[in-house]
Design a protein around this ligand. Structure first.
Ligand code: SAM
Length: 290
């Protein structure tokens, strides 16, 4: 069964048939470009061995492509008005798809992976609702939802922040969180005219490959590391020293901070934004050892 929904004419036909009204509060921008849909499936490297979790299927456009190439797909959609369109129309000819009417930030996604793939890592693929991109990604990463990779359409600017390294204006706490858990790679840039309605911003497809034992960044206390990262970026223009001293989340003395910065071989006036992930891990290990 071949996907048929990914073009403007068929999308508009479905929307009119059901009198569907876009809800701004759900970040609904549906894809209408078959080339982009093919690109997403290729970027995610979907094969018949894969179980895919989709977040926000909309009217099922990307879901048809995923169902065509994957073994199994389960899709979490918050908008109850879309459920009958999905189950009784656009996805009814695919028997390897399950639609779940839930808020992805409230449902236990780890439990869903347990139920649908016996807890084995899934591939997450989505054209994300832009108003909650970061909370969704942080939920997947911090709750340790088992995934092999996450391939998502996001706002271009957010994709740049995820991939940025020290020295870039886009580098920050999001870059470090994403890069601690995964290896990110921007796979495609996508202009607003590939969606209906058109978003006000450019978009990009980014793939986050889960890190394995071999390429994991070692740190004794990851919570301490993330407190240090937040403190370092809370006041960007300040030195690392001042950032760490002014944090409400940390309780180290001036002398302790000076010693650690020196022991890590960093200049006394270094700024947090100059540190790599490995250097933050080293810093956290030194503070943990005090
Ligand atoms: N996948 C479709 C496509 O590419 O055409 C739709 C993508 S649209 C950008 C985002 C979808 O996520 C919408 O269908 C929206 O209703 C859904 N959504 C928004 N917030 C959600 C949430 N908290 N949990 C699950 N789905 C959500």
């Amino acid at each position: 069964k071949e996907p048929w929904l990914g073009n403007p004419a068929n999308t508009i036909e479905i929307l009119q048939k059901y009198g569907f009204r876009f809800q701004k509060k759900f970040g609904q921008n549906f894809l209408i470009d078959p080339h982009v849909l093919e690109k997403i499936v290729r970027a995610a490297d979907i094969s018949e061995d894969d179980c895919v979790m989709e977040i926000g299927p909309g009217i099922g456009t990307l879901t048809q492509y995923l169902a065509r190439y994957a073994r199994e797909v389960f899709a979490v959609e918050i908008d109850k008005n879309l459920i009958p369109i999905l189950t009784e129309d656009t996805l009814k000819d695919w028997d390897n798809v399950t639609v779940i009417n839930e808020d992805c930030l409230k449902v236990d996604m780890k439990q869903l992976v347990e139920e649908h793939n016996g807890g084995k890592p899934v591939k997450v693929v989505a054209n994300l609702p832009y108003y909650i991109t970061t909370p969704i990604l942080m939920e997947l990463l911090e709750k340790h939802v088992p995934f092999e990779s996450i391939t998502v359409m996001v706002q271009k600017e957010v994709a740049d922040r995820m991939q940025a390294g020290p020295g870039s204006k886009d580098y920050g706490a999001l870059s470090l969180a994403v890069q601690y858990y995964t290896v990110p790679e921007i796979m495609a840039n996508v202009p607003p005219n590939c969606f209906i309605p058109r978003p006000n911003v450019g978009s990009a497809v980014i793939r986050l490959k889960g890190r394995t034992e071999e390429n994991r960044v070692q740190v004794q206390d990851e919570h301490l590391m993330f407190r240090l990262i937040r403190a370092s970026f809370a006041q960007r223009r300040k030195t690392l020293m001042n950032g760490l001293r002014n944090s409400q989340e940390l309780d180290f003395s001036k002398e302790e901070i000076e010693k650690v910065i020196q022991d890590c071989g960093l200049p006394a006036a270094v700024r947090g934004e100059a540190l790599t992930l490995e250097q933050f891990a080293q810093l956290a290990d030194h503070f943990a050892g005090l």
